[in-house]
Design a protein around this ligand. Sequence first.
Ligand code: PLP
Length: 403
Amino acid sequence: MKNLRNDFPILQEKVNGHPLIYFDSGATSQRPIQVIEKISEFYSRFNSNIHRSVHAFSEQATGMYEEARQKVADFIGAQDTSEIIFTRGTTESLNFVAATWARKHIKAGDEILVTEMEHHANLIPWQQVARQNGASLKFIPILPDGSLDMSQLSTLITDKTKLVAVTHASNVLGTHVDVEKIAKEAHKVGAKIVVDAAQSSPHQKLDVKKLDCDFLAFSGHKMLAPTGVGVLYIKKELHDETPPFHYGGGMVFEVGYDKASWQVAPYKFESGTPAIAQVIGLGAAIDYYNDKINFEEAQKYEAQLTAQAIDGLSSLEGVKILGPVEQLKKNGHLVTFVVDGIHSHDVSAYLSNFGLCTRAGHHCAQPLAKKLGVISSVRASFMFYNTPQEVDAFIAMMKDMKL
Ligand SMILES: Cc1ncc(COP(=O)(O)O)c(C=O)c1O
C-alpha cells in the first residue's frame, strides 16, 4: 500500500508546516495522478461533445465516454452497459429513482422501508414520495451498538411494502448492511430494493447480481474519480417501467410539436450534455482500482487502520466511539466519536492545526444523530493511502488535546 501514496500528489502537501494527514475520504477521496492526467489529456487532446456530431473528435470523445460505461458495468457486475446511467452523484441517483420509478408505481397506502441510519440523500427523497403519493415510511431500527436490527425485517416487510431503500454502509457508524438478505425478503413480497453504495463502492467489490438489487447508486468522487459524476444502476428488467428523469436533447427518438418518444436505455435516462470529462475520469479511476487495488487486501488494511484508531481512542478518557466496534475492526473504514465536554467542531479544528483532516457535524444524518443523542460528532475515515504512522500521530494529537 505504501507505494500507492506516491500516486496521490496532494499527499505531499503541508498544512501549517505539518504533513497533510487526510482522514476525510468518506466525504471525498483524493485523486491519483492517473485520473488527473486523464482529465487533462481529454481537455488538451480530445475535447468535444458526444453522441451528436460525426467529426473525428466527437467520435473519439463518444468512444471514450462509452468505454467508461463499459468499465463501470464490468466493475459492478452489471448484465450490460444499458444498466449504467451517469448522474451527478449518489444524491442525484437516489432522487432519480424517487422522481421516476417511485413516483409512478407507489400508490396511496403503500409502504416504503428505509433504515434509521440513512444519509439525508437516502431519506428525504422517500419522505417526499411518501407525502406526495399518500404512502407511509417505515424504519428498520438500529441496535444500541449501531448495527441494524435484522430480526425486525420479516415483520417490517409486508404485502404493502413497495420499495426498500437501504445504505450498504453507514457514513456515520460504518455499519455494513446485509443487502442480499434484505433484497431476498423485499422480493418475496414483490417490492423493489434501492441500495445507497456511496460508502461501500470505494472499499469493497460490488456485485449487483449477487446483491440482487433493483437500483444502486454511488458517487465517483468518493472513489478516486472527479466530482460531478455518479452512477445509477437500473436493473434491465425495470427499464420499460421507469420513466425518464429529465427531458431534452440526447434522450429522444422522435419529437413533434405536441409529443415525443424516447430512445432505449441508457440514453433514455441521460438528457443534455453530460459530464464528459468526469465520466472519462471515472473510467480512469476504475482502471486504477483494477490495476492497483486488490479489494480484499485494501479492505483488510483499512480495517487495521480503523482498529488501531479505535484502540487508541478507547484508551483516552472521555472519548466515546459510535458504531459497531467489533465489525468496524474486521471490515470498517471509519470511526466516529465524541469527546466529553469538547464540541466536535473544536476537536476537528484542533486537529486541523496539525494538518489532520477529519469531518465534524451531523454527517448529513440528523435523525440518526438525534437518536444517538449526539447532535455532532467527529469522523475519521480511511483509505488505502493512509498509514499506521498517521493513525499514531492522530492518537498522539488527541492525547495532547485532552491534556
Ligand atoms: C451514505 C451516503 N449516501 C449518500 C451520500 C451523498 O453523496 P453525494 O454527496 O456524492 O451525492 C453520501 C455522501 O457523503 C453518503 O456518505
